[in-house]
Design a protein around this ligand. Structure first.
Ligand code: 2P0
Length: 350
């Protein structure tokens, strides 16, 4: 008996130019393009196994061993339906076994602890799409699959590649030109490292999905950001990445993190994702860079914050040790965990 089963994994990505706002909430079409760095470490990935079998009664999904409901018309069922539709096309054309008619069971695991404070929807949906695409043996490129992962969670479309990835917002109403492309592979800039500082492992107060829509509806600053600021930044950061120009990359990354948190603050009611520890980390990095520039050096580190208080610090490898020492001296309770740091003084992530 043939077993139809496939496993795929996908990495976590952290945006340097942030996605914040949808112009179409059902298709998940963004109000601006975005660009991320994939964290290529083995210990920051989601791994998903999909299996199709005629004995299954209906589609089912488990996340870290716990079954989750696949709601009709929801994001999960949209992704599964899209991949089935592509499989049906292959079956029609090539007469391959009609496994699109079998229900699927999907099991997904994150190998990073929830306590690492990293969002798992990006790597999770990317791994789910990649595993179903492998199960169905779809002749699809990562960019084509990113069109589907995008409908699971916007940022997931950027986790189908390694390295440096742009999500082009596109302009078509059907979303067919809103997909991810690789700007440069990971091997292009192996010297660039990321340090994750976990400030809090609490679940965030305002989800990204609802927070960004409130920003779209109420922030006047967002209009300036999406029309004027981001298009120029996308161009400039892509060039900086291609030239491995760290100071420019760092300036743009920090500026865009600030801009994203400014539009969150400009939302009615305002959204605060950073806390006092986040702001202390900004002050440390600003001072670290100022001291370097004042002595004839250049910018050595960049901070960025997503929809929560945790910091990601990008820096060339040669400065990572020094940065870790500075952080430990200011936050003596810091718990190193590979390149993830727990600063919240709680249990070390396991
Ligand atoms: C990003 N974030 O570009 C930005 C920066 C958070 C701050 O993508 O509604 O979880 O599922 O499309 O992808 C978070 O948004 O939102 C996000 P949905 P998603 O990484």
């Amino acid at each position: 008996m043939t077993v139809y089963q496939a496993t795929a994994s996908a990495p976590v990505n952290i945006a340097c130019i942030k996605y914040w706002g949808k112009r179409d909430t059902k298709l998940i079409l963004p109000t601006n393009s975005s660009l991320s760095v994939t964290l290529d470490q083995d210990h920051l990935r989601s791994t998903t196994t999909s299996r199709a079998d005629p004995s299954f009664k209906h589609d089912r999904l488990w996340l870290n061993g716990k079954e989750e409901e696949i709601k009709e018309g929801g994001r999960l069922s949209t992704c599964i339906a899209e991949l089935r539709r592509l499989r049906r096309e292959v079956e029609k054309k090539e007469g391959t076994p009609k496994i699109s008619e079998y229900p699927v069971h999907i099991a997904s695991y994150n190998n990073f602890p929830t306590a690492a404070g990293l969002a798992s929807s990006a790597s999770g949906f990317a791994a789910l799409v990649a595993s179903l695409a492998a199960l169905y043996e779809l002749p699809a490129t990562p960019s084509e699959l990113s069109l589907i992962a995008r409908q699971g969670s916007g940022s997931a479309c950027r986790s189908l590649f390694g390295g440096f990835v742009a999500w082009e917002m596109g302009s078509k109403a059907d979303g067919s030109d809103s997909f991810a492309v690789e700007v440069a592979p990971c091997s292009h800039w192996p010297n660039l490292h990321a340090l994750i500082c976990v400030v809090s492992d609490d679940k965030k107060g305002t989800s990204s999905t609802s927070g960004m829509q409130r920003t779209v509806e109420t922030s006047t600053l967002l209009q300036h950001r999406i029309k004027v600021v981001v298009p120029e930044r996308m161009r400039a950061i892509s060039e900086a990445i291609k030239a491995r120009d760290f100071p420019t990359f760092a300036r743009l990354t920090m500026a865009d993190s600030n801009s994203f948190h400014a539009v969150a603050l400009d939302t009615e009611p305002p959204i605060f994702y950073m806390n006092d520890v986040s702001r202390a980390i900004i002050a440390l990095i600003v001072e670290y860079n100022r001291a370097s520039v004042a002595t004839g050096g250049s910018i050595k580190a960049a901070y960025t914050f997503d929809a929560g208080p945790n910091a990601v610090i990008y820096a060339p490898e040669e400065y990572i040790k020094e940065i870790v020492q500075i952080i430990i001296s200011y936050f003596p309770q810091a718990q190193p965990f590979n390149d993830v740091f727990g600063l919240f003084g709680g249990e070390q992530p396991k």
